[in-house]
Ligand binder design. Sequence first.
Ligand code: COA
Length: 167
Amino acid sequence: MTGLSDFEIVLTPLDEATLARLLEAAVADAEPHEVMPPLDGPPGWTPERREAFLAFHRRRSLDPDTAIETTWLIEVDGRAAGAARLQPVHGASAVEVEAGVWLGRSCRGRGIGKRVAEVLLEAARDGGAARFIASTTVDNAAARRLLSGTGADLDVHGEEVDARLEL
Ligand SMILES: CC(C)(COP(=O)(O)OP(=O)(O)OC[C@H]1O[C@@H](n2cnc3c(N)ncnc32)[C@H](O)[C@@H]1OP(=O)(O)O)[C@@H](O)C(=O)NCCC(=O)NCCS
């Protein structure tokens, strides 16, 4: 998938080759807590955390026996920049899809997330979804702004923010 903007933004479905590039981008340009579930142990991109990152994506996207979502490598002007995902919430033919995006630090705040969100919305509609949902936290101003910019309703409860958009 290609998004229109000043940058060339290309979303490529994850496979082993793009997963390796995604890990490189994460290690170079993001904190583990921004891009993967918490893992006990010393901070930073330890060998264990890198392996857990790979296992996380293999389980959720690549292994046909366990996959629950589609993940794309986001490339910006040919460089691996982050990941986007769409997860049907109640099974493969769900009307509701949950979206997620992360970008490396050097790519944030330049309108790229907005373009990626548009591409994800289009993919959700093309896939037959009727509702687009996403979650973030109240302290994540960029994600909240990104989500409200799609026209989604934002529901704040405690530290959590749930976004919901009828497609
Ligand atoms: C959240 C994230 C995907 C947003 O992508 P981005 O490319 O940085 O966002 P954009 O530049 O497209 O900006 C989207 C909107 O947020 C605003 N924004 C961007 N960075 C902001 C910041 N630090 N504080 C406040 N608003 C911000 C922009 O002005 C824009 O609003 P507008 O359309 O009203 O002008 C990106 O910042 C990121 O990957 N963060 C770390 C991981 C993460 O938090 N992922 C989301 C978890 S739910």
